[in-house]
Design a protein around this ligand. Structure first.
Ligand SMILES: Nc1ncnc2c1ncn2[C@@H]1O[C@H](COP(=O)(O)OP(=O)(O)O)[C@@H](O)[C@H]1O
Ligand SMILES: [Mg+2]
Length: 359
């Protein structure tokens, strides 16, 4: 049976005064593929290390299945080796002088399992991960993708309750990365093992995550399925951080003409002097001037991204926007911009509303 992981009021303060985690509360379901996404320094590794028992929280508790593994307030602490957790570190940390076989067998030898049992388990996991033919090789004679599989095999061979992966794809180049993501996701679904993956890369997060929690400066910004983070960003930070190409975000005074043209005023009750307006490049299009739209702009750049064309437009008032280009317009041409959807954020950054302007 897969086990859930619950974190309650987790704080971590590194002396003298780095607040690495601020009151994290999250309930990870048994068998879930959970992703922690955030920029460098946001506290991701610290949180994983707290779950693994390699770090002790300053406050709060962690429950795995129905076992409290740490409770800082009550002084409860279960040693890492007694937590039955598999962890893959950012650099994979394979022993260079050992073969893949010995690397994978290592955690079982530490547990002093019988030789036959070790052999059976190593071969089983190697088979499952498609690396049976690599068992005699040392890391130097494997590709990055293969080394990564060996590292995952070593974490899984203990048959852990929870698998923790810290930036497992960051040492792989773009093409292998896609295969590696698919591989990790497939294995996770096949084994049904509760998995927590940490990454700074939204594409990684969205590719594998059932749910994604976004951290910034140790604080949870939003938690949801990928569609929620993309479609209803909780604040300007998330709006900026998620989506590629990034959302166009403007901080505008309430009497700015664009606020009026987009019908924003009717949608906010409070007396703000300024608001943020966000429009995703994929949720607006540039069309010929005679078409209906909300705004007018001049093309400054045209970019090709796969099958799509984006235009960067000058909207006047030193405001520019990037959006899909659905006409022949080129540098210097005037276009009409139809906005399908826009997000309104309060001056403190919190989302007020998401508006659909055109269906
Ligand atoms: N052992 C430590 N001592 C002091 N500060 C630390 C220690 N480990 C991490 N930090 C600080 O805690 C913050 C979060 O770090 P970390 O969890 O490694 O972030 P991430 O994995 O998201 O890049 C950073 O400001 C980092 O410098
Ligand atoms: Mg880290």
């Amino acid at each position: 049976m897969a086990k859930g992981v619950r974190m309650e009021n987790i704080w971590k303060i590194f002396m003298p005064k780095v607040i690495a985690l601020k009151n994290i509360n999250v309930d990870i379901r048994p068998g879930e593929f959970f992703v922690i996404l955030g920029p460098s320094g946001s506290g991701k590794t610290t949180l994983l290390r707290i779950i693994a028992g390699l770090e002790i929280p300053t406050r709060g508790r962690v429950v795995i299945g129905d076992q409290v593994v740490v409770d800082a307030d009550k002084g409860v602490f279960v040693e890492p080796r007694d937590r039955n957790i598999g962890m893959v570190f950012q650099n994979w940390a394979l022993y260079p002088h050992m073969t893949a076989y010995d690397n994978i067998a290592f955690p079982l030898r530490i547990k002093k399992l019988p030789r036959e049992e070790i052999d059976k388990r190593v071969r089983e996991v190697a088979e499952a991960l498609g690396i049976a033919e690599l068992l005699d090789r040392k890391p130097a004679h494997m590709s990055g993708g293969q080394q990564q599989r060996v590292a995952v095999a070593r974490a899984l061979v203990k048959q852990p309750d929870v698998l923790l992966l810290d930036e497992p794809f960051s040492n792989l180049d773009a093409r292998i990365r896609v295969t590696a993501r698919e591989f990790v996701k497939e294995i996770q679904k096949k084994l049904g093992i509760t998995t927590i993956l940490v990454t700074h890369d939204q594409a990684d997060a969205f590719a594998v995550g059932d749910r994604v929690m976004v951290l910034r400066n140790g604080e949870m910004q939003q938690l949801g399925v990928p569609e929620e983070l993309y479609g209803e960003p909780a604040n300007v930070f998330i709006a900026n951080f998620i989506g590629d190409p990034p959302m166009n975000i403007y901080k505008l005074s309430i009497d700015h003409p664009m606020v009026k043209q987009l019908g924003v005023l009717e949608e906010i009750n409070e007396d703000y002097k300024e608001v943020y307006i966000g429009i995703r490049p994929d949720e607006a299009v540039a069309l010929p001037l005679n078409e209906e739209g909300h705004l007018t702009g001049t093309v400054t750049i045209v970019e090709y991204v796969g099958s799509r064309r984006y235009a960067k437009l000058d909207l006047g008032n030193s405001i520019s926007m990037r959006t899909l280009l659905e006409c022949r317009a080129d540098h210097g041409d005037k276009v009409r911009i139809r906005v399908y959807k826009l997000h309104i954020f309060a001056p403190d950054g919190k989302r007020i509303r998401t508006l659909t302007l055109v269906h």
